[in-house]
Design a protein around this ligand. Structure first.
Ligand code: ADP
Ligand code: MG
Length: 356
């Protein structure tokens, strides 16, 4: 019998011809913050609504704490839900909104006052209990929605793009708020987003989804530094992706036809179809400089955004390559300059699979 907090075992779901979720298995540890990351339509919400009990799967099972809950109704599951537009009751005060799940569970008045007060402290809005939702800003309302979902201390919290409607600055604040809540409550959190920076900043592990299936699952750094596919490489940040060619003896060749020096990889060299190097690992070389891998390119334009400077260049065959450096002074090359670009073997990541 499974002992993890949550076990998703060979679950799938179709809507007519659309395979919203292909056969998927996933285990989530108690207290983990796991993010479902992927483009629109990749099956994130489908998986979350199956966990919540809002949608029944076509096949497979869901286990909470080793108990099979595949068909248990929403209110029988030990979960809290927060959605992007999870509306507060407009005619109830903030206090009563947060108290609502406790009243449903027939908690006593004194206990309600104590727990609502504590939640208001946790989301750092101790003085708004008497207000109506319309008297709060969007970010404050979302914090109250968080408080309402967490007040009865569910051991699992499911959040579907809860910050999607907020502007960038509020999102950054709320990310910190949610992480604090996670630390204070010790709940297991399943979080959905299509924003890779949000996923990287918040998660213990990221479950990258594509077309109704898990593309790759691992800690943020693993997905960033060791993506397995072209899709994963592109989705997690800037990526220079090149097709891998091969010499007659099988040795992998880089874009300039020289033998490619690459990182030790789970993906056998014979299986690799592409390789990736992140822009921040590529640097323009001085005449006397060398690197494990070197290509010649022509700079097209240079963009200095403040802390970083980006060199957009093209190889002789027309393929683009981007080098990104911390800005330590004025750019070292300009549009039209011929440059040599270099990067280390250990930052050269072999990829399998076909391009998206
Ligand atoms: P995501 O949350 O990653 O954007 P969803 O899980 O909402 O993706 O959707 C996955 C796929 O299933 C999409 O192609 C979507 O159009 C389809 N889908 C989701 N829910 C329904 C539904 N109730 N009826 C028909 N198709 C649906
Ligand atoms: Mg969705």
């Amino acid at each position: 019998m499974p002992t993890e907090k949550l076990v998703i075992d060979r679950v799938r779901k179709s809507y007519g011809e659309v395979q919203a979720l292909r056969e998927t298995s996933l285990k989530v540890a108690a207290g983990e913050f796991l993010t479902l990351l992927g483009p629109s339509g990749s099956g994130k919400t489908t998986l979350l609504t199956i966990l919540a009990g809002l949608v029944a799967p076509d096949a497979g099972d869901i286990w909470f704490d080793g108990v099979r809950q595949t068909y248990a109704p929403v209110h029988k599951r030990d979960i809290g839900l927060v959605f992007q537009n999870y509306a507060l009751f407009p005619h109830l005060s903030v206090f009563e909104n947060i108290a609502f799940p406790l009243r449903m569970r027939r908690v006593g008045e004194k206990e309600i006052a104590a727990r609502v007060g504590r939640m208001l402290e946790i989301v750092r809005l101790p003085d708004v209990g008497e207000r109506l939702p319309r008297e709060l800003s969007g970010g404050q309302r979302q914090r109250i929605a968080l408080a309402r979902c967490a007040v009865y201390q569910p051991s699992v919290i499911l959040m579907d793009e809860p910050l999607g409607a907020l502007d960038k600055k509020l999102r950054d604040q709320m990310q910190v708020e949610i992480k604090r809540l996670h630390a204070e409550l010790g709940a297991t959190i399943l979080y959905v987003t299509h924003d890779q920076e949000e996923a990287m900043a918040m998660s213990d592990r990221i479950c990258l989804m594509r077309d109704g299936a898990i593309e790759q699952l691992g800690p943020p750094a693993e997905l960033y530094f060791a993506p397995r596919t072209v899709f994963a490489a592109d989705f997690l940040g800037g990526a220079n992706v090149f097709p891998l060619t091969r010499r007659a003896d099988g040795a992998p060749l880089g874009p300039a036809g020289e033998v490619l020096r690459h990182a030790v990889s789970d993906i056998p060299v014979e299986a690799a179809r592409h390789f990736m190097v992140r822009p921040e690992h590529v640097r323009p070389l001085d005449a006397s400089d060398t690197a494990d891998n070197v290509v010649e390119a022509v700079v097209e334009h240079v963009v200095m955004t403040g802390a970083v400077t980006r060199y957009h260049a093209r190889l002789a065959d027309g393929r683009p390559v981007v080098a990104l450096r911390l800005t330590e002074g004025p750019p070292t090359a300009r549009g039209g300059d011929a440059v040599r670009l270099g990067w280390p073997a250990e930052r050269t990541v072999l990829l399998d699979g076909s391009p998206p």
